[in-house]
Design a protein around this ligand. Structure first.
Ligand SMILES: Nc1ncnc2c1ncn2[C@@H]1O[C@H](COP(=O)(O)OP(=O)(O)OP(=O)(O)O)[C@@H](O)[C@H]1O
Ligand code: SF4
Ligand SMILES: [Mg+2]
Length: 434
């Protein structure tokens, strides 16, 4: 187990209120009609500092925005808003990577490199290892001839591809998965970067070589004075590898802090659920794809208030309950009732379109019956599901001439706030009174 140094605050990257929203293309027909086809909020207001010399883990379920955030740190994906300040250690000027374009961005990217998940795809099968690893030096006109070869040999030696001369003329297909990832790492360090962003760098490798590659990365970090962002699903390697961990959920950091603290005293209910699902942090288990209470929601339509509220076992009235949650509850109810009941109820509520939104008020109109019938139906569903936390967020249900009116409690703000040595975005951790 590596020792984890106390960090003096000296951020190499400062991410401020970063948002990356992708426009959904939708069908050609929808675009022809000029319909809004929506946006995916892949990164939705992230603030974090990457301290020089640390390993910062970005951990979260599939689709939480880890890769998009990592790629944005290199300027590989355009920011919708916000900034990513790079403070180089070599005396060159501070720059907002999110605002850089063209040559300036390419130059800056020599200081920040990425190691991808799939080493097979990262290496051109028709390029020998000498050409592939030396490519960045050629592109940036940093070396040629004998010096180029010497630097490639040195990089290969550093990553343990020895004797290096024997690897120069090999092709990716001659290498094992672990050797390929070593070659990818050699290519990433050859320009002497200060930050490596490693996106699931060992998840496609055999179990037997994962620890070796991670140990190599730790050795390189010490030898070359690197800083890492380590993107992973895998809590076990995050625990072993990272100084700090940022837990991401639907484009937001919901908890960030020292690794030991996050694992010993997880505060955010999402972090708690992740860790509880893997009690011993078994090295053979990756993050569970399904936590209790359903799947990760659609990033194009994130839940109101705290995005975790539909799955949160500790949710309160002010966590952002909305008509869509009631829709989901009725749909779940329909999976349990006889078909004849389902058909009658479905006809009465008109397919639940009246609940398919995120406002704090919904009017469900009776489609095949009366408001009193609707009232009786929702009363039954409520009694059957009395323990559902959703009801805490429903402040009133009123039968009116228009239909059955549901009012929902206002959603509290849930920014990241300090809590002990960590920061947490959850209403259960209010601001310090001090
Ligand atoms: N180029 C794109 N266009 C549209 N949507 C995208 C694009 N890239 C990512 N997304 C969406 O943004 C969200 C975040 O994706 P991202 O790949 O960053 O997640 P991730 O945490 O890395 O997931 P995984 O663990 O599966 O790699 C997802 O909903 C994804 O579908
Ligand atoms: S704010 Fe906290 S308690 Fe509320 S839903 Fe989110 S994680 Fe759960
Ligand atoms: Mg990813």
């Amino acid at each position: 187990m590596p020792t984890k140094p106390e960090l003096a605050l000296d951020p190499v990257l400062e991410v401020e209120d970063l948002k990356i929203h992708f426009a959904l293309r939708g069908s050609g027909f929808a675009r022809l009609l000029g319909r809004d086809t929506g946006t995916v909020r892949a990164v939705d207001g992230v603030n974090l500092d990457l301290e020089r010399g640390e390993v910062l883990g970005l951990v979260g379920e599939s689709g939480s925005g880890k890769t998009t955030l990592g790629r944005a740190m290199l300027g590989l994906v355009a920011a919708t808003s916000g900034s990513i300040h790079h403070r180089p250690g070599d005396g060159s000027p501070d720059t907002d990577i999110a605002a850089l374009r063209g040559k300036a961005l390419r130059q800056r990217r020599t200081r920040l490199q990425m190691v991808f998940q799939d080493p097979h795809a990262a290496l051109n099968p028709s390029m020998d290892i000498e050409t592939a690893v030396g490519h960045p030096l050629v592109i940036h006109k940093r070396a040629s001839g004998d010096e180029l070869r010497a630097r490639v040999v040195s990089a290969l030696e550093r990553v343990g591809l020895v004797p290096a001369e024997q690897f120069l003329s090999k092709y990716p297909s001659d290498l094992s998965g672990g050797q390929k990832q070593r070659a990818v790492i050699a290519r990433a360090i050859i320009l002497d970067p200060e930050v490596l962003i490693a996106d699931e760098p060992v998840s496609m490798l055999d179990m037997s070589v994962r620890a070796k590659i991670l140990q190599l990365m730790l050795d390189l970090k010490d030898d070359l004075g690197l800083t890492y962002v380590y993107i992973t699903h895998d809590l076990a390697t995050a625990k072993f590898f990272c100084d700090r961990v940022a837990i991401m959920y639907l484009g937001k950091v919901v908890e960030i802090g020292p690794t030991a603290e996050i694992f010993a005293h997880p505060r955010h209910p999402y972090t708690q659920a992740l860790l509880k699902a893997i009690p011993d942090v078994d090295p053979n288990k990756a993050m569970p794809r399904d936590l209790p209470r359903g799947e990760i929601p659609d990033a194009a339509r994130p839940p109101r208030g705290c995005s975790f509220h539909p799955r949160c076992p500790l949710a309160r009235a002010d966590c952002g309950w909305e008509p869509r949650d009631l829709k989901a509850l009725v749909e779940e109810h329909w999976t349990r009732v006889p078909v004849a009941d389902y058909e009658r109820e479905h006809a009465l509520v008109g397919g639940l379109a009246d609940l398919d939104h995120s406002e704090n008020r919904a009017v469900v109109k009776p489609h095949g019956g009366t408001v009193a019938d609707l009232d009786a139906l929702f009363d039954r569903i409520r009694t059957e599901n009395a323990a559902e936390p959703l009801w805490q967020g429903v402040t009133s249900i009123t039968a009116t001439e228009d239909g059955l009116v549901f009012e929902f409690a206002p959603a509290a703000e849930v920014p990241l706030r300090p809590s002990g040595p960590t920061e947490v975005a959850c209403v259960l951790y209010p601001p310090d009174p001090s």
